[in-house]
Design a protein around this ligand. Structure first.
Ligand code: PLP
Length: 428
């Protein structure tokens, strides 16, 4: 929906609020949460199979996180982002401990968009180069800069008309439908294509390539095996930084603390948000190699935000990471395997499901018209269409399960909290 449409809708109905799940926009407000469920003001309970916005990874009532935030509130709610704070320092150390080894330093922000803004600023500063390349079919945020980096056409159409469009080239996603290849061959062709783009942009002008290890809201697409390994080689050859946007993929969502750990490839930076606190308090940031952080500190170009690294968020983050390590990642892996099995069975039972793909607890169900072999609707060409996938979202909600909509080709996306159990998977 464009901002003009939203403004019109508000003018027609002052009570209208944009709503993710309900195509009719008339749902009752959510007032409570219990484990993987949310409950509305009518007492209706829904299985939250999208973790609200791919973020409530620990479920809606994790007592350890709630207690940690309360304890921090009792001690001191806020400490200036320019001053030392023990909780913030502890979280910075903990993040370095659980992330890929070369990433030792962390800078905090508030949202995922701002984390990516910081990653881009630092990469440009460090490399003394202006371009950051991102891939088509990606989402990196809604701020002036990150909307320009984002390459899901439906988001671009909505937010990009006012966004910065310079300094951000695009490359093709590693999808079988794009390269007409699979597996190793796909990995090689798609990575070589990135090299081609870097060479044509001029390697010295490219600061970084930025991408989601598993594309999130644009469809839960993992990369073929070997893709990131080859990208790492290419980045090393040209001195270009590799930035992983783990805003959705991180914190157990894809089976490891960070999805790049599963790829076995060390990026130069990781941007994170959402799951770091299980969304209990807004917090985000960027993990990076020491030499990048040192360079920024030496140049004195460091910038900060008032609420960056808010102590309440840091307290939530420390407790959430403990919970992920203690049992949630393990449970997420087991439930992910079960979900994968169930989704393949589902795909076998419906001609309209062309395939399912994903990793851990992040999955996409591709729905196509069996007669044409094409998506029923596609936001590349149809801006605001009636399509069966939106109907499925509404129907799922009526049956008590909340799922998401992947763009641009109208997929059903699933991203439940990591605390789900076998019954939840069965029910969904
Ligand atoms: N990066 C990715 C991969 C995302 O999915 C999102 C949000 O959904 C963002 C960045 C932006 O995060 P935020 O909405 O917290 O600004």
């Amino acid at each position: 929906m464009s901002s003009d449409q939203s403004a019109q809708q508000l003018a027609d109905d002052p009570d209208w609020i944009p709503h993710w799940y309900d195509p009719d926009g008339d749902s009752a407000p959510i007032t409570h949460g219990e484990g993987a469920r949310v409950i509305d003001d009518q007492g209706e309970s829904y299985l939250d199979f999208i973790a609200s916005l791919y973020c409530v990874n620990a479920g809606h009532d994790n007592q350890a996180i709630i207690d940690a935030v309360k304890t921090q509130l009792d001690r001191i709610p806020y400490v200036s982002s320019g001053k030392e704070n023990d909780t913030r320092t502890k979280l910075a150390r903990r993040l370095a401990e659980v992330s890929p080894e070369p990433l030792t330093d962390v800078v905090f922000s508030v949202s995922g968009s701002e984390a990516n803004e910081l990653a881009v600023q630092y990469a440009r500063e460090y490399r003394d180069a202006s371009k950051v390349l991102t891939r088509w079919q990606s989402y990196h945020g809604s701020t002036y800069g990150t909307a320009a980096l984002t390459a899901d056409p439906s988001t671009r159409n909505n937010v990009n008309s006012h966004a910065a469009v310079t300094g951000s080239g695009k490359f093709l996603p590693p999808l079988p439908s794009v390269f007409d290849a699979e597996g190793e061959e796909l990995a090689e062709q798609a990575a070589n294509h990135v090299e081609y783009v870097i060479r044509n942009e001029g390697p010295d002008s490219v600061a970084a390539i930025l991408m989601e290890p598993v594309a999130g809201s644009s469809g839960a697409y993992p990369a073929p095996e070997g893709y990131f390994e080859r990208l790492r080689e290419i980045c090393d050859e040209y001195g270009v930084l590799l930035i992983a946007d783990e805003v959705i993929a991180g914190f157990g969502r894809c089976g490891e603390m960070f999805a790049m750990q599963d790829e076995g490839v060390d990026p130069d930076m990781i941007s994170f948000a959402k799951g770091v606190t299980s969304a209990y308090v807004p917090l985000a940031g960027v993990l990076m190699r020491k030499e990048i952080a040192d360079d920024i500190r030496e140049d004195g170009t460091d910038v900060g935000q008032t609420f960056a690294g808010h102590p309440l968020g840091c307290a939530a983050g420390l407790a959430a990471i403990d919970e992920y390590e203690d049992h949630l990642i393990e449970n997420g892996r087991e439930m992910g395997a079960l979900l994968e099995e169930g989704l393949h069975d589902l795909a076998d039972s419906y001609d309209e499901i062309s395939h399912v793909h994903g990793k851990g607890l992040l999955w996409g169900i591709v729905v196509e018209n069996p007669e044409t072999g094409e998506p029923f609707a596609n936001s590349w060409v149809d801006d605001d269409v009636d399509n069966p996938v939106s109907e499925v979202l509404g129907e799922a909600k009526d049956r008590g399960v909340l799922v998401g909509l992947g763009r641009p080709d109208y997929q059903i996306t699933l991203s439940p909290p990591l605390c789900i159990d076998e019954d939840d998977v069965e029910e969904a």
